[in-house]
Write a protein that binds this ligand. Structure first.
Ligand SMILES: *Cc1c(COP(=O)(O)O)cnc(C)c1O
Length: 393
């Protein structure tokens, strides 16, 4: 194994992903399948590796945000059903069918035209469609029973499309007040009943995201769409406080000290803006991570990293590619490991804590980790695979 030439990396514990799926599966009805949501490069974890692990651990389907994200998985020889959750323009339906990637159905005219476009193709493969019903998310999907019936009738008439699913998405399932989720659920159930009354047989029904799967397991229907829980994070503090499912974070972010110095001489200022002034005996270490890696500049003079298990404060501003930490009077050597997110010798810096510091949610902290950072995959304690943006030769 070649050494990294810029020593910062993400470690993904594949065993944690496996245990998270098993914990969720044990919490929901046995008949409910799991669709692993691996959009945005699997929330920063690396979509191909996470998808493979999820499928091996009991998930049966995958969801992505765009057709391109689905093609990345198909190119890696992943054969499971893949659903695109976002909107896909008609120009892309041939590509979707060719790659056997399912799309979200949102409008009748789109369904009719997609069917016509595919009629020009030789292929026998029918494009799978999951109809999205907007019950309060206000993002994508049909909003009335009339629209829904039009979409479904167009689907049933179409020779080149296959109606595979119907779903809705909850917008507040992570919050303590259940009322809005119950309202969205009842609207969705009412829409489903309406279709059944028309003599229509329903395909796979799904609505639960992680929050709803934990708080309302009885709404898991035929399938859940498991995103953040797969990665071992809770959708909110409230969902964690329910203490219903034990999840284990899969991701850590680590680096090695690139440079150390004792700030003996003046000026003792650190980083852009000279906002930090060290003491004469203070040891400052330079860590090769910056905001271009997805380590927020808002952590400047606020965040911490673990060194020998202890929290060491960030000194000065986070720069594009490097960040300095103060080691106080501790002596350190170039090459010693620091943990940016995760555990080290009894110390821990959680992604949740960073999210809180940044006034955002854990989803954003992990999903914005950039492609520049190599991903190491760990199984049974051993690194089994490294995925780097550049292959070292
Ligand atoms: C992202 C997403 C999910 C997964 O949500 P989590 O909160 O991460 O479990 C499920 N469904 C849709 C439509 C999504 O966009």
């Amino acid at each position: 194994m070649q050494k990294l030439c810029r020593e910062v990396w993400i470690e993904v514990n594949l065993d944690a992903i496996k245990r998270n799926i098993e914990a969720i599966q044990a919490h929901i009805p046995r008949k409910s399948k799991i669709m692993a949501v691996v959009k945005a490069n699997a929330y920063g974890h690396g979509s191909v590796e996470v998808a493979r692990q999820a499928l091996e651990s009991g998930a049966t389907e995958l969801a992505v945000a765009s057709l391109e994200e689905g093609i990345v998985l198909r190119r890696a020889k992943i054969e499971a059903p893949i659903l695109v959750l976002g909107f896909t323009p008609l120009d892309c339906v041939k590509r979707a069918a060719a790659w056997r990637i399912d799309l979200s159905g949102l409008r009748e005219d789109w369904i009719v035209q997609a069917n016509e476009i595919l009629a020009e193709e030789e292929s026998q493969h029918r494009l799978g469609i999951h109809v999205n019903v907007d019950t309060g998310m206000g993002r994508l999907g049909v909003r009335t029973k009339e629209e829904l019936l039009e979409v479904v009738e167009a689907l049933e008439k179409s020779e080149n499309l296959r109606w595979d699913g119907i779903f809705t998405h909850f917008s507040t399932a992570d919050e303590p007040d259940p009322d809005f989720t119950l309202l969205q659920h009842s609207i969705f159930i009412d829409f489903l009943r309406f279709l059944k009354k028309q003599g229509i047989t329903l395909p796979t029904v799904h609505m639960n995201n992680t929050a709803a799967a934990i708080a309302f397991p009885e709404f898991s229907a035929d399938m859940i769409r498991l995103g953040i829980g797969l990665y071992g994070l809770y959708p909110s503090q409230y969902i964690e406080s329910l203490d219903a499912v034990q999840l284990e974070p899969a991701l850590s972010l680590k680096a090695r000290i690139a440079f150390v110095k004792e700030m003996v001489t003046k000026p003792r200022t650190v980083s852009y803006g000279a906002t930090y002034v060290a003491k004469p005996d203070e040891v400052i270490a330079t860590i090769p991570i910056g905001y271009a890696d997805g380590y927020s500049r808002a952590l400047s003079n606020r965040g911490f990293m673990l060194f020998r298990g202890k929290r060491m404060p960030i000194a000065g501003r986070v720069t594009m590619d490097m960040t300095m930490i103060s080691l106080g009077e501790m002596k350190a050597k170039q090459g010693e490991e620091v943990v940016i997110y995760g555990r080290q010798k009894g110390g821990e810096i959680s992604v949740d804590e960073i999210a809180e510091m940044l006034n955002t949610i854990n989803y954003e902290v992990i999903a914005t980790l950039s492609r520049r950072v190599p991903r190491f995959y760990r199984r049974c304690g051993k690194i089994i695979k490294i995925s780097t943006p550049v292959m070292y030769v």
